[in-house]
Design a protein around this ligand. Structure first.
Ligand SMILES: [Zn+2]
Ligand SMILES: [Zn+2]
Length: 375
């Protein structure tokens, strides 16, 4: 007891306390805050960073790009230089764009029975994964492939095996698939319209591919045009309800991280994939309103999947088609104009076809007073 009495009084200072360095909690990605995410496939022509400016100017807060030419086998160096990649990542953060989706090259066929084609596809998809990682992409979307001479079951197992081979050595996002806010790359298999021998038009086939890659973060991208062409009646209210229920039962909605919002030019069940502007196709505006506002397809915190986006892949035939379709999605999602990201007035990825009037004699026409004519 005496010892205790002689002990000098130590003033407690919380700063002296031993604290082991805590593992830094990764900062949740800002785009996964439950907000509506809308984007469009933007062009990388000229400079890959142009795609970011285009998405921003079109009033998007998400985007999809190709990371190389989509219809050519890349020759030689397909890697993106670190300086370009760093500039891209920094600008993307500045603009607050997310998710960043990369669509893989169309020539890749992970289910091909042809050994040369298969090897090429695996190599090209590996390169896609490397580029996606360099750019800091959240999702890499790929079509499941075509079995050609093989039956669907064989094509599915070939596709899964090809995915595993291509993914060797790649660093993916970790943690449960649905925790998109942790960041890192995830692969999304897109449903198809079922043209020819394409696999993946049925949710069961997508599920079977997912089951073949249990150790990889692989989810699904739902393309509305492909689903309708494949015979999922998302046009009617009851059909949409049934489709979402099937998607949830077979895949699990928490693994459907992306919706390609495209209308369809061909009829229901046609198995022919032709994208149309929102409201101008066979799916129609009312159906898209239900799709964009469906709580379980949303990015909302409780019922939806935070970080999920709607991305347009529509033909841009005339100046402004891109901006108008983005605007339509915001309206359908019930986001007031004031709250949606502002588009740059008059911006389009397609320049006006006649930016300058065709040369012809104009001398006969007197100049309109007060109207400035551009030289
Ligand atoms: Zn698509
Ligand atoms: Zn398509």
């Amino acid at each position: 007891m005496d010892e205790v009495l002689h002990t000098p009084v130590v003033v407690y200072d919380s700063a002296d306390e031993y604290r082991p360095e805590p593992e830094p909690e990764p900062q949740p990605l800002p785009y996964c805050n439950g907000s509506v995410r809308i984007g469009i496939h933007t062009s990388i022509a000229g400079d890959i960073s142009h795609a970011l400016e285009s998405a921003h100017n079109l009033g998007c807060n998400a985007l999809q790009i190709f990371s190389a030419s989509p219809r050519m086998w890349p020759r030689g160096g397909t890697r993106i230089g670190e300086a370009d990649a760093a500039r891209f990542r920094a600008r993307r953060t500045e603009l607050g764009l997310g998710p960043l989706v990369i669509h893989a090259n169309y020539l890749i066929n992970l289910a091909s029975p042809d050994p040369v084609m298969r090897t090429r596809s695996i190599q090209a998809f590996h390169d896609e994964l490397v580029r996606a990682t360099a750019l800091g992409a959240d999702f890499l979307v790929v079509h499941p492939g075509c079995g050609i001479g093989n039956n669907p079951a064989r094509a599915i197992s070939d596709a899964a095996q090809a995915l595993r081979q291509a993914a060797r050595g790649i660093r993916f996002g970790t943690g449960p698939f649905r925790e998109l806010h942790r960041g890192g790359l995830r692969i999304l298999i897109e449903n198809t319209s079922g043209m020819g021998t394409a696999i993946g038009s049925r949710f069961e086939e997508l599920r079977a591919i997912l089951d073949g890659v249990p150790d990889l973060p692989v989810g699904v991208c739902l393309d509305t045009a492909h689903a309708y062409a494949a015979g999922y009646d998302i046009r009617s209210e009851s059909g949409l309800r049934q489709t979402i229920a099937a998607l949830d039962r077979i895949i699990g909605l928490e693994r459907v991280a992306l919706v390609h919002a495209n209308d369809l030019k061909t009829p229901f069940g046609s198995r022919v994939d032709r994208h149309a502007h929102i409201g101008r196709g066979t799916i129609g505006l009312d159906a898209f309103r239900r799709i964009l506002r469906h709580p379980r397809l949303s990015a909302a915190l409780l019922e939806g999947l935070p970080g999920r986006a709607f991305i347009l892949e529509i033909p841009i035939d005339v100046h402004g088609d891109d901006r108008r379709n983005v605007r339509t999605l915001w309206e359908l999602a019930n986001v007031p104009r004031k709250l949606a990201p502002a588009a740059k007035k008059g911006f389009s990825m397609v320049r006006a076809l006649r930016a300058t009037p065709p040369p012809r004699k104009r001398a006969a026409k007197p100049a309109v007073p007060g109207k400035k004519l551009k030289g």
